[in-house]
Design a protein around this ligand. Structure first.
Ligand SMILES: C[S@@+](CC[C@H](N)C(=O)[O-])C[C@H]1O[C@@H](n2cnc3c(N)ncnc32)[C@H](O)[C@@H]1O
Length: 258
């Protein structure tokens, strides 16, 4: 057995109880192999519902290794997952569009639906952004929000595709507002809302974080000397019961750096 196969086998064995727990929670999006900690630096393997997403960040995988790990995971889970391989080992973690190792079937590259805490999420294995539209690392936070939002007004800052907002709505929040400066991310958030038609509708605000929180706090928006600020939506001063912030590190905008 190759060292990669051995490492993968150990990772799957270690996750036996976790996977049973996640499936019972209505979650089928999770990391199956975290190479840097589990014996193959620069390799990650994630399941997003019907899709298996394999990504290499340091060196390309051999196609035999890729096909073998796909088969081993399918066998372990008793599923036929659709394989997408993103080779990010060249050029700034960008995906190698030439598909030299493995060409994904068209069905694997379509918009699909994954599940987390019983909610439906749009997942897309390959697009311009870095992840398939759901950041797996925030799963437990989203679970906490779902369990602690009943009757509350919730503000989801740095909303991305609005998973936190969706979780709050599912947890019985009386009002949910998602805020992000990227319209494309909020558009997926709206789509996520539509994929869960049983939930109350949410509010979406496309705005930079800085002018938004200053207005909500009743503070003035300071202009930098000699610099005209981009326009921003006007918001009334107000409070929320629960505010979640999940900013990226060192994100720069005209209004400041998070
Ligand atoms: C780490 S993601 C948030 C993930 C999200 N909490 C979730 O559950 O999927 C960070 C988000 O912050 C947004 N963002 C970064 N800088 C921003 C800023 N200055 N104002 C508003 N949004 C910003 C990005 O567009 C991105 O969607």
């Amino acid at each position: 057995m190759s060292s990669l196969n051995q490492a993968l086998r150990a990772a799957l064995d270690h996750r036996q109880d976790l996977l049973a727990e996640l499936h019972a929670q209505g979650t089928d999006c999770y990391r199956l192999f975290h190479g840097s900690q589990e014996g193959a630096g620069g390799l990650t393997i994630d399941r997003y519902g019907p899709q298996l997403l394999v990504q290499s960040f340091h060196q390309s995988l051999e196609s035999d290794d890729l096909l073998h790990l796909h088969q081993a995971i399918n066998q372990h889970l008793g599923l036929e997952l659709l394989l997408v391989y993103n080779d990010r080992s060249r050029g700034n973690s960008r995906i190698d569009r030439e598909d030299t190792v493995y060409r994904a079937e068209p069905a694997a590259l379509e918009d699909l639906v994954g599940h987390e805490w019983g909610l439906n999420y749009r997942v897309r294995g390959r697009h311009a952004g870095q992840d398939p539209l759901l950041f797996l690392d925030l799963r437990n936070t989203r679970g906490w929000v779902k369990a602690n939002s009943a009757g509350k007004s919730v503000l989801n800052l740095f909303a991305y595709t609005c998973g936190v907002g969706l979780s709050a709505a599912a947890g019985g929040a009386r009002e949910v507002c998602n805020l992000d400066f990227a319209e494309g991310n909020l558009a997926v958030g709206r789509e996520n809302g539509q994929l869960n038609p049983q939930l109350p509708t949410m509010e979406f605000i496309q705005s930079d974080y800085f002018p938004a929180i200053r207005q909500l706090a009743g503070l003035p928006i300071s202009q930098r000397r000699g610099q005209k600020l981009p326009s921003y939506p006007r918001l009334e001063q107000r409070q929320y019961d629960l505010v979640l912030l999940d900013p990226p590190a060192w994100a720069k905008s005209a209004f400041g750096t998070v």
